[in-house]
Design a protein around this ligand. Sequence first.
Ligand code: SAH
Ligand code: SF4
Length: 349
Amino acid sequence: MEDITKENKIRLSGLDKNELENFMESLGEKKFRASQILSWLYTKNASNFDEMTDIKKDLREKLSEISYITDVKIKTKQISTDGTLKYLLEYKDGQTAECVLMRFDNRANLTACVSSQIGCAMGCKFCATGQRGIIRNLEPYEILEQILTIQRDTGLKVTNVVFMGQGEPFNNYNNMMRAIELINNCLMIGIRRITVSTCGIVPKIYDISNEELIPTLAISLHAPNSALREQIMPVEKRYNIEELKKALKFYTEKTGKRVTLEYVLIGRLNDTKECAAELAYFMKDLKCNVNLIPYNPVNTDINFKKPDKKDIMKFKYILEASGKKVTVRLERGADIDAACGQLKGRVEK
Ligand code: SAH
Ligand code: SF4
């Protein structure tokens, strides 16, 4: 280990118990040290080695010579009037991505909304991230760090994680799965409290249905038929709504879990009674519930409008009459651009 220079110090964030045990053994230390470090990293949210008071001083010194906890920094932090926090994180190559912490007054839940990529290649017409194009995938620890950063900064324990920030998680499948494993094993967040949202990368829906650790699935549907979906989501040309439905049925049957259909309501485009009726028909034989998301205006060339309140209620009513559970997503953090679809990373204006 003597030849380890500052430049190639070992990063501890993102290592699991096994990897930490191997690291300790390589230093000639006892295995149980790994459990102590694990707890400091992921339960007690340590940001430096001095905090690790039950680890003997000479080992702490050695650790700080040859390793470091993280290289992810908070670049900016914004607080919304409703308590939503938005962080812009900076990664070691200078790229940035956002994560959001949502608190719901009436619940003990603290939900972290994480990004899976920097930018996104899918180009949905209503989405700010989509207008940016894809820059790169995030590494598993770069995803995990979003939750850890929130915990270190607030001293609070995140209870739920949704992959609904920037990026298409299924376009970064392996890193997403490893991040889920770490979130589940190291941060001890139950798999049922982890939700992945996808625009509908069909082959990956089959893949995830066959995993050992299967998160809850949310699908960005946004239209009840192929023609309308194609107008707002380029992915429809690749994997159409019928193929998507087949894959969703496979997921629900294989896992016994329900899927959530997300539906962004855009004023006078997909929020009509006819669309609601068609959507009700589409999901009749699907084990699902629906989350209606009023469109958040973003700065794109396209002139989409917010839906009217009364149209939202009508839409909801028609779906409920078909026996599905329907929720309307509250707009969280709209004053700090932390609402759905508004995450862009570093805003280039
Ligand atoms: N790429 C994934 C996850 C990130 S987007 C996906 O598309 O599912 C998280 C959710 O926000 C998706 O349902 C997305 O369609 C929605 N969204 C994007 N732009 C929005 C906007 N301007 N207003 C409301 N919701 C938006
Ligand atoms: Fe990408 Fe999701 Fe935005 Fe579509 S809605 S562009 S898939 S982040």
